[in-house]
Write a protein that binds this ligand. Structure first.
Ligand code: TPP
Ligand code: SF4
Ligand code: MG
Length: 386
């Protein structure tokens, strides 16, 4: 997918604002010097493409052609999301993908082209997703964000959506910089790491995985954009999990954060990656992948019957122990190691709707009489509050 078109920064001066959107007043065909912000993919599909249970091919889970820089880690995450949704045989119209602003937040345009999508405001994805989820609990919610979007401007929003237990898969495509606005350090950049121009970051880093654990997320994982074998089953398991699932994906920005001195570069993460487990997701119907060694597998039962098979590398790592996960993370961080894998899961988790005891039926399917029960019902409620 990458490499077909120029990087995003080639477009920025060509009639677009800093978010990569067309400047007001410019139509899609473009005026002098304006380039379209997307390229649609041809609809043609080879008849021999493999199909999933629903008869869909991978192409049915793709979106537009990416306009990110060729080699951007975010494009690899897009490929993993497509793969996970294909393997789970998800009906695309049942997915709502919601994002903020940034190169990472542009990616929902490149996958699940037949799903619902909303590209919101910088740092505001979590509240938009929470509202959509409250209105229609029947959809599968994918929150896609960046480290700037979630750890800087949207830090409060991130925290509240996690602590509320919104049923979602929240993915942060973490490159340690504001890629879209040309590489300023974000709040996840490690103290002491260097920018492309050699400037040292003197601020302490926010570890979103540690925060998600502390705030009560019931599925917490970290992975690396270049490790599809680990990332695809993690995304699939997060989608099947009921509750707030959070995945921090280290995703090198090849334009501004892939040099010596960066702790989010391909080379650094490869050298310091310590996987706690290897996993496959097995749905009730059939195995998504059979690539696991018998005898070294721990099966985690999810409340909906989904089984998560963990292949443990650390004999004593227990993904059911929140406190243990927090300690494990800090211990390894102190050694400069990036822990990846499924760090914590609560298989019996509840979500926000259970906490609030909301009505089962999505609001858009309720009748007017259910939504507005009339004056006498209102009088009763008012009386009970006096
Ligand atoms: C309210 C507001 N403030 C600032 C900006 C400018 N801005 C756009 S994207 C961005 C940072 C994006 O960084 P990140 O979320 O890490 O995404 P990346 O591009 O690195 O994938 C900023 C500061 C904006 N669009 N809106
Ligand atoms: S995150 Fe970096 S590599 Fe990716 S599109 Fe943005 S500037 Fe390019
Ligand atoms: Mg970023």
């Amino acid at each position: 997918m990458p490499g077909l078109v120029p990087g995003i920064h080639d477009f920025l001066f060509l009639g677009q604002d800093v978010d990569g959107r067309d400047k007001p007043g410019h139509d899609e065909a473009g005026i002098a010097g304006v380039v379209m912000t997307y390229i649609a993919k041809p609809k043609f599909q080879h008849p021999g493409l493999p199909k999933n249970d629903l008869g869909f091919t991978h192409r049915d889970y793709e979106g537009k052609v990416s306009t990110l820089c060729a080699g951007c880690g975010h494009d690899s995450i897009t490929a993993s999301i497509i793969e996970a949704c294909y393997e789970l045989s998800i009906e695309p119209h049942r997915v709502a993908k919601i994002s903020g602003i940034g190169c990472s937040s542009k990616t929902p345009d490149y996958f699940l082209g037949n799903s619902h999508g909303f590209n919101s405001v910088h740092g505001r994805m979590p509240s938009v997703l929470t509202g959509a989820n409250l209105a229609n609990r029947d959809l599968i919610y994918l929150g896609v964000s960046g480290d700037g979007d979630s750890a800087s401007i949207g830090f409060g929003q991130f925290a509240h959506s996690i602590r509320r237990g919104v049923n979602m898969t929240y993915i942060v495509e973490n490159n340690g910089v504001y890629g879209l606005t040309k590489g300023q350090f974000s709040a996840t950049a490690d103290r002491g790491s260097k920018s492309k121009k050699g400037v040292m970051n003197t601020d302490n880093a926010i570890d979103l995985v540690a925060i998600a654990l502390q705030l009560g997320a019931t599925f917490v994982a970290r992975s690396f954009s270049g490790d599809k074998t680990q990332l695809v089953p993690l995304i699939a398991a997060a989608i099947r999990h009921k509750g707030a699932s959070f995945i921090d994906v280290i995703s090198p920005c090849i334009a501004f954060n892939n040099h010596a001195g960066s702790t989010k570069s391909f080379d650094y993460v490869r050298e310091h990656n310590d996987a706690v487990n290897r996993l496959d997701v097995i749905t009730g119907r059939e195995a998504i992948s059979v690539d696991y060694a018998p005898g070294t597998v721990q099966v985690v039962e999810q409340h909906d019957g989904t089984r998560l098979a963990l292949r443990k590398l650390d004999a004593d790592y227990d993904p059911h122990d929140r406190l243990g996960a927090m300690t494990f993370l800090q211990k390894h961080a102190a050694k400069g190691q990036v822990v990846t894998g499924l760090l914590y899961v609560d298989p019996d988790a509840d979500d926000m709707h259970a906490h609030l005891d909301t009505v089962e039926t999505p609001l858009n399917r309720l009748e007017a009489k259910d939504l507005c029960p009339g004056t006498s019902a209102l009088e009763k409620i008012n009386a009970s509050l006096r």
